[in-house]
Design a protein around this ligand. Structure first.
Ligand SMILES: [Zn+2]
Ligand SMILES: [Zn+2]
Length: 143
């Protein structure tokens, strides 16, 4: 599959990498639409944001949607929550996962973002899109 990695500031390279495999509790998602956030622009132009800097090639894009490609929900359209809370810390247990002390998020030292054809994501962080939502534009569906 095609993967767009940022190697340095203004240095994006297209790679051919294996499609990842989903483990139990995860789903393989074909990425269909990716929004580029202001933080992605900082990474691209400056090679970092705030006190964080690029230390290894990474994949940008943490605001995205796609179609599930594996398991019982294959074919369902989903919006993806990029902030993967642990579910076990005191904040998660009190119902405030946005304060999770072990939050995983695409970026340096975390895991790759969505500027690639497929991602594996924890199924509980995929949100099914209702049929009433606008279909993905046809051009964006041709990954
Ligand atoms: Zn963002
Ligand atoms: Zn937590």
């Amino acid at each position: 599959m095609r993967v767009l990695r940022l190697h340095d500031r203004r240095d994006l390279r297209l790679h051919d990498e294996p499609v990842p495999e989903a483990a139990p509790g995860e789903s393989l998602v074909r990425v269909v639409s990716v929004g580029l956030c202001g933080s992605d622009v900082h990474w691209l132009v400056e090679g970092g944001i705030g006190s964080q800097f690029l230390d290894a090639p990474m994949v940008l894009g943490h605001e995205f949607a796609g179609v599930i490609k594996s398991g019982a929900r294959e074919g369902e359209r989903v919006a993806v929550d990029p902030a993967i809370a642990c579910g076990n810390c005191e904040f998660c247990l009190e119902g405030n996962p946005n304060f999770c002390t072990s939050l995983r998020f695409p970026g340096p030292g975390g895991y790759d973002g969505a500027l690639q054809e497929y991602v594996v994501w924890p199924t509980r962080f995929l949100h099914l899109l209702p049929d009433s939502r606008t279909p993905f534009p046809p051009l964006m569906g041709r990954c």
